[in-house]
Design a protein around this ligand. Structure first.
Ligand code: 8NA
Ligand code: MG
Ligand code: MG
Ligand code: MG
Length: 296
């Protein structure tokens, strides 16, 4: 396994973390959903100093760390890196299952094999494996089969349920197709394992791009249930609708409300894998919390 498009992976984590931090900043307004929707549609950015990224970015950085170290997904090392990131800052807004699983993996990373499948009923089908995986898709973009296999390995450590895995495969392959300039919903659905995520992508392929994003989110789900199947189809739909324009893609995704840090992280990781953040307003980039290390 030698394909390592580090430049594409860097573009993707830049887009992912920007989307995560941009999306997260809308949550305080969600107690007043009408106001949140109005401000997003009128593109009013409430005055607030910093945009902090969350678990989505923390876990994506862990995936990249393992790729940098091993050139592929070493599952025990990935479990250790997830546990270390959670231990370093558990306040990043992790999903409930991660607060149970990751502390248990800290002393014994290999225990993911027995613990992840017993999280919830049949393993987690949350959107957490999907939200962190776009940079992996960019990294291996030259080989789509490899992207799918590595995405599956990266998911299994925390998300054993087939729908959790399918969400990760779909997003990683979407990022790879984005790097290749080949992103499309029907193509992506054909490369996604059978199940609800794939069914959602097939439904997304039928939603015309002149549909308002909030309406598309009503049809496809906006991540409100924090599940892969109600998160990935809408996030990919906006990524395809705005391939080549990260800022437009993030506004459209935010319009869906719901799990907006995560839908924007997914869209940002996919679109950003192709575009990078060069054309993103400098003010946005200044507000986003830095990533640290070599990814800034
Ligand atoms: P997860 O594994 O806890 O899954 C997320 C949720 O999905 C779980 O808490 C369950 O409610 C539900 N779920 C998962 N598997 C099953 C199942 N088999 N049966 C029934 N329900 C199930 O965590 P994750 O890493 O997948 O979550 C990622 C999300 O959590 C992201 O949106 C991320 O941003 C974060 N998040 C945090 C907050 C917060 O305020 N802390 C809010 C939303 C999302
Ligand atoms: Mg988050
Ligand atoms: Mg997770
Ligand atoms: Mg979220």
């Amino acid at each position: 396994i030698r394909i390592a498009d580090r430049a594409a992976a860097r573009r993707s984590i830049q887009g992912l973390s920007l989307g995560d931090a941009f999306g997260e900043r809308w949550f305080p307004l969600f107690r007043e959903p009408v106001r949140a929707a109005a401000e997003i549609r009128s593109r009013t950015l409430p005055a607030e100093p910093d945009w902090h990224w969350t678990d989505d970015t923390a876990m994506a950085l862990a995936v990249l760390r393992v790729l940098d170290e091993h050139g592929e997904i070493d599952q025990d090392r990935l479990a250790a890196c997830f546990a270390l990131a959670h231990d370093a800052d558990a306040g990043r807004g992790y999903g409930h299952g991660m607060h149970v699983l990751l502390p248990a993996l800290l002393p014994a990373p290999g225990d993911w094999r027995t613990l992840a499948p017993t999280l919830f009923e049949g393993g987690s089908l949350g959107n957490g494996a999907a939200m962190r995986v776009a940079p992996l898709g960019a990294w291996f973009a030259a080989d789509l089969d490899l992207v799918a296999r590595q995405a599956r390995l990266s998911a299994e450590v925390t998300h054993a349920h087939p729908e959790g895995v399918a969400g990760a495969v779909a997003v990683a392959v979407a990022a790879a197709l984005s790097v290749r300039g080949e992103l499309g919903l029907a193509r992506l659905a054909a490369l996604t394992p059978e199940g609800e995520v794939r069914d959602g992508l097939l439904r997304a392929a039928e939603v015309p791009f002149d549909t308002a994003p909030w309406r598309a989110a009503d049809l496809l789900g906006n991540g409100q249930r924090i599940r892969a199947a109600d998160t990935v189809p809408f996030a990919v739909w906006t990524a395809v609708r705005h391939a080549g324009d990260l800022v437009e893609a993030l506004w459209a995704t935010a319009e869906g409300l719901g799990d907006v840090d995560t839908t924007c992280a997914i869209t940002g990781g996919i679109v950003g894998a192709a575009t990078g953040v060069d054309r993103v307003p400098a003010a946005w980039l200044r507000r986003r919390e830095p990533l640290g290390g070599s990814w800034d």
